[in-house]
Ligand binder design. Sequence first.
Ligand SMILES: O=C(O)[C@H]1NCC[C@@H]1O
Length: 344
Amino acid sequence: MRFKRTLSVVDCHAEGESGKVIVGGVGQVPGETMFDKRVHLETHMDDIRRMVLFEPRGAVWHNANIVLPSNHPQADMGYVILETTEYPAMSGSNTICVATVLLETGILPMREPVTNLTLESPAGLIRVRCECSDGKVTSVRLVNQPAFCYHLDRKLELAGFGAVGVDIVYGGMTYAMVDAAELGFAIERSEARELCELGQRVKAAAVEQFAVEHPENPAIPGITNTQFMGPLRREGERLFARNTVIVSPGRCDRSPCGTGSSARLALLHAKGLMREGETLVHESITGSRFACTIDGVAKVGSYAAVVPAIAGQAWITGLYQMGMDPTDPYQEGFTMSDTWMSTV
Ligand SMILES: O=C(O)[C@H]1NCC[C@@H]1O
């Protein structure tokens, strides 16, 4: 064995969206909070993200999480989220993967039928309720940090389309939210490539035309994703809608996207279309679903916010050691414009 780095990885997906969980091999990451550790990883240890997510080991649709002990007295564990173009403050699908891996691999004790955890994400504490049966986590319900609208009912100048309706919303990541039908989409799998291309253009235009700064943490990344929203319908007590989030550098989230769903709850509440206590069944382009509830209302700086709760399930698909041979010419990984839309 001659690896210069060896990572213990548990592969997992939440409702179709990859979320690798790195449970060993990273070593010490300095920092008091998970946000501090996130900054340290981004600034001094980004080779780990590139090794895991870039080719030849990773792929554009992969995400990863580094599980780390937390210094917060209330937290059972902490984690830093790694994605292909950023270190998000929060991620719904990744949190569902982390909670599932922590319990199903025995890093934290599982109690049936319910295990409650408090996890420290870079965005802050995330309370998680895991339903467990026969050693399997059958549902993870996470309470996200508050979500809020930066810009409501605005127009985006988009080349080839003119003025397009847009809302800019924070749900743990920051979204340019557009109506899929207005742009000619039904949110079907066959439209994925076109959705990705247009989604990237929407994002770039939104970054140019709308300023955002998180009032409690200006270091949180700005607009990095586009969300195409399908029509909303009400069936009794529940709301239903389809969506797809175009995650940078330009691929569809395979799940309904937890932070994107949180943003949609904030938007529906701000527009008077959804009340506290109500649940939206949010469906992804692949047909997988999250149950998304407005657990309460809050304030973030001067913004009116909602407290989103997102529920879904994850499945472990593999456990292995990922290594880096010191003679490997692809130490930093690479990307190709065939699937990444850009080269690094
Ligand atoms: O569920 C989410 O929030 C996300 N899924 C991958 C990209 C986002 O982090």
